[in-house]
Design a protein around this ligand. Structure first.
Ligand SMILES: *[C@@H]1O[C@H](CO)[C@@H](O)[C@H](O)[C@H]1NC(C)=O
Length: 337
C-alpha cells in the first residue's frame, strides 16, 4: 500500500477551511428547532435563526434587505483582506455572550451600547422579569453574570455557532475611540484606568511630566492617547484594552458569520429587530439611551484637530479594518490624503 506523504501545512489548511466552511454554510441553513437547554415556556416555536431565514427572499422588507447588504459587504471585505485563514479557538470567543433559552449569541463591544445589551440579556436569561434599566450598570459588567461561549466544550461551541442567531453591534470607529477616551481618561472617577493605563501613557509619551502626573495618570491628553495606540510597543507588550481594541479583534467577524450586524447609528431599530427575531419583543424593550453625554461627530472632529496628519494616518491604518468591514467611510476631518 502506498503511504502518501501529506504535507502537514496543507492538512492544517484544509482542516481550517473545512471547519470554517461548516460555520459559514450552517449559519445559512434553516436548521431544525433545537433551542439548546430551553428552560421555561417559549412563545415562539421557531428559533431566532430560523425566524431570520423563513422569509421568502423575493419578499424581503427594506430592513431585511439592508441587513442582507451589510452581511454581503462584510463577506466581500473579508474575502479581499484576509489572506491567512485560521481556525477559531475558545480564547477568541470570550466576548460572545450566550442565551441558551432563546438561542442567541451576542458579541459585546464596549462603547457600543453593550451595557444595555448585557442588561437585556440578563433579563432574557434570568428568572425574574425586570425592566432592564433597573439593573445597575456595574451589575451588568460583573464577570460570571452572563455566560460566554468560551466556557463551553468544543462540541457545544460548534452546535451554538451553527444554530443560534449571532449578532454584534458596531459604531463609527473614531467615534467609539473618542467615546472611550472621554469615558476612561477625562472622568475623575475612573481611577483604575488612570493608574493602570494613564500613568504608563504619561511616562512614555509626555516629555518632562510632573511627579504628580506620573503618580496619578489622570490628565492624559487625546494626542498622548493616540501616540500610545500607534506605538508598536504597546501591542507587543499586551493586547489593547477592550475599550479601544478593534471590533475585528474582539469579535472575529471574518470567522464568525454574524447574522445581524447592528449599528450604533441605528441602535433602536436594529435592537428591536433582534428582539423581534428572538420572539421577545412583547416581553422586553431595548432601553433608549440618554443622549446628554453622547460623543457626537463634531466632538470627534474637534479632538482630531490636535493630531498631526502623520499620526492621523497611523491611527486610521490601525482601525482600517473596522472602517472597511462595517462600511464606514474615512472621516472628512482627516487631513492626510
Ligand atoms: C455603505 O455606505 C454607503 C455610504 O454611506 C451607503 O450608501 C451604502 O448603502 C452602504 N452599503 C451598505 C451595504 O450598507
Amino acid at each position: 500500500m502506498r503511504k502518501p506523504k501529506i504535507n502537514r501545512m496543507v492538512l492544517a489548511m484544509c482542516l481550517g477551511s473545512f471547519i470554517m466552511l461548516i460555520f459559514y454554510f450552517q449559519s445559512h441553513l434553516k436548521v431544525a428547532q433545537d433551542g439548546g437547554q430551553a428552560r421555561g415556556p417559549r412563545k415562539s416555536v421557531r428559533s431566532p435563526l430560523q425566524a431570520l431565514y423563513t422569509t421568502d427572499p423575493t419578499e424581503l422588507s427594506p430592513l431585511q434587505l439592508m441587513h442582507q447588504s451589510r452581511r454581503d459587504l462584510l463577506e466581500d471585505v473579508c474575502q479581499s483582506y484576509t489572506h491567512k485563514r485560521r481556525v477559531l479557538i475558545p480564547e477568541d470567543l470570550k466576548h460572545l455572550i450566550v442565551d441558551d433559552r432563546h438561542g442567541l449569541l451576542y458579541c459585546y463591544v464596549p462603547k457600543v451600547a453593550c451595557t444595555n445589551w448585557k442588561r437585556v440579556l440578563m433579563v432574557l436569561t434570568g428568572d425574574s422579569q425586570r425592566d432592564p434599566l433597573q439593573i445597575p450598570a456595574n451589575e451588568a459588567h460583573v464577570p460570571g453574570t452572563l455566560r460566554t461561549l468560551s466556557e463551553y466544550s468544543i462540541s457545544e461551541i460548534n452546535q451554538r455557532l451553527r444554530t443560534y442567531l449571532k449578532f454584534v453591534f458596531v459604531r463609527e470607529p473614531f467615534e467609539r475611540l473618542v467615546s472611550a477616551y472621554r469615558n476612561k481618561f477625562t472622568r475623575s472617577y475612573n481611577t483604575a484606568f488612570h493608574k493602570r493605563y494613564g500613568t504608563k501613557i504619561i511616562q512614555r509619551h509626555r516629555a518632562e511630566a510632573s511627579p504628580e502626573a506620573l503618580e496619578r495618570g489622570d490628565d492624559v491628553s487625546f494626542s498622548e492617547f493616540v501616540r500610545y495606540l500607534v506605538d508598536p510597543g504597546t501591542q507587543r507588550e499586551e493586547p489593547f484594552n477592550e475599550h479601544w481594541e478593534r471590533v475585528h479583534s474582539l469579535c472575529h467577524p471574518c470567522l464568525i458569520h454574524y447574522n445581524i450586524l447592528g449599528k450604533y447609528e441605528t441602535l433602536q431599530q436594529d435592537s428591536s429587530y433582534v428582539l423581534k427575531l428572538a420572539g421577545v419583543d412583547g416581553e422586553v424593550t431595548f432601553p433608549s439611551s440618554a443622549k446628554s453625554t453622547r460623543t457626537t461627530a463634531d466632538m470627534v472632529a474637534s479632538y482630531f484637530k490636535d493630531i498631526s496628519s502623520a499620526y492621523q494616518k497611523k491611527l486610521y491604518n490601525l482601525y482600517k479594518m473596522d472602517f472597511l468591514l462595517f462600511n464606514y467611510s474615512m472621516p472628512a476631518y482627516l487631513k492626510f490624503t
